[in-house]
Design a protein around this ligand. Structure first.
Ligand SMILES: Cc1ncc(COP(=O)(O)O)c(C=O)c1O
Length: 377
């Protein structure tokens, strides 16, 4: 299955979507991710490995629910009988109470609102997923970015050293984007407990469903005893609902109330009935998620092995994307790959020049690998 976004569509996305996609735009002073808005000469038939979407599509049950909801689309979401308990059902699924959860139009919305609520010093990693730190910087908040370790993992001890009385928020993405690595649940747990003695700690678990036990232990377990720890999640990844825009924040009821009473006060009323209908159905289709998880792992492992055979030092991925160094590439890698109909990301990070390619279908990854064989990185 290939994406059919063309060059005109990409240009149409503009800078707002670029920010949403985690692209760091120079106009915001956010760094130098390459090759997206200024690429030339792309034809249709693009293989889109740029946004870590799930190429297998939404669950058939979610599709059915979406179509069913269309007949009621003229009604406000709060008049849909089956959506009355949306938050409660979501809370049930995660084993929390309804007052410990708030929903947003994709977790990107939450990541953009959190630094508006928490204006004090932010401690996060570099690189990490862009929306939260980029927004914090745009607002003039103090941001401390701690480089990943040489093996591209969160440097939790170094981050903890930066958490002081001035710190209001810590943002940890686990599994990490763009580096595709994880830290162990035990180390993350003790980090969250320690850091939350001084600051709020938001753990972005967008990709946790791609993990196997014991790595897939959510930090949600901490929210009752450690009320400054909270989790950010999304339906865009394993649920394949990126275009339907559903995300959530789960935390202590006092934090959820404080957020809901402030910048998040309209997010829950702004949710689409169609999206919520699909989300409810998707929660009831674990077999579908398992299928895309397995297919993702097969395509990922294939591409990983092939890149290794080319002597590319690709990082072992725990996600649906691959992160690899391109130290010898002299041009704009993402822009040049786009000309070959492969849409991915590349950037100069603290550890040099790297690229990130999402895991597409096996066919897409085979094409990606063929293209990579003709490139020296
Ligand atoms: C780590 C992480 N968090 C959050 C998001 C935002 O997802 P969404 O806004 O689609 O929920 C993404 C998207 O790629 C991501 O990689």
């Amino acid at each position: 299955m290939s994406s059919t976004v063309n060059r005109r569509d990409l240009l149409k996305f503009g800078s707002l979507a670029a920010l949403g996609m985690g692209i760091r735009l120079p106009s915001f002073g956010l760094g130098n991710e390459e090759g997206i808005l200024r690429s030339e000469g792309m034809a249709d038939g693009l293989i889109n490995l740029s946004s870590n979407e799930n190429p297998y599509g939404i669950s058939p049950k979610a599709k059915e629910a979406l179509l069913g909801a269309l007949g009621e689309a003229h009604r406000y979401q709060y008049n849909h009988a089956n959506l009355k308990d949306f938050k409660k059902e979501l809370a049930n699924y995660y084993g929390v109470n309804a007052d410990q959860i708030l929903v947003t139009a994709g977790s990107g919305e939450a990541l953009g609102l959190l630094p508006r609520h928490f204006r004090g010093k932010l401690v996060t990693a570099n690189p990490t997923f862009g929306i939260l730190p980029a927004t914090a910087k745009m607002l003039g908040n103090k941001v401390v970015e701690v480089p990943l370790t040489a093996d591209q993992k969160h440097d939790l001890p170094a981050m903890l050293k930066e958490v002081d009385n001035e710190t209001e928020l810590v943002y940890v993405c686990n599994p990490a984007n763009p580096s595709s690595t994880i830290v162990s649940p035990a180390s993350l747990k003790s980090f969250c407990i320690e850091a939350s003695k001084k600051a709020y700690v938001g753990v972005d678990e967008a990709y946790i469903d791609f993990l196997d036990a014991p790595d897939n232990e959510s930090m949600m377990q901490l929210i009752e005893k450690h009320p400054k720890v909270f989790i950010i999640g999304t339906f865009s990844k394993i649920h394949a609902m990126a275009g339907l825009r559903i995300g959530w924040v789960i935390g202590h009821a006092t934090l959820i109330k404080a957020l809901s009473d402030n910048y998040f006060n309209r997010t829950q009323a702004a949710m689409s009935a169609l999206s919520m209908s699909a989300a409810l159905a998707s929660l009831k289709d674990p077999e579908w998620h398992q299928l895309s998880k397995q297919k993702n792992a097969a395509a990922r492992d294939y591409a990983y092995q092939e890149l290794k055979k080319m002597n590319i030092d690709v990082i072992k991925s725990y996600t649906n994307f691959l992160f690899f160094p391109i130290p010898n590439y002299t041009g704009d890698f993402a822009a040049d790959m786009l000309k070959k109909n492969i849409f991915l990301r590349s950037s100069n990070y603290v550890h040099g020049k790297w690229a990130r390619a999402s895991v597409g279908t096996m066919d897409e990854m085979k094409t990606f690998i063929e293209v990579m064989k003709g490139v020296r990185v």
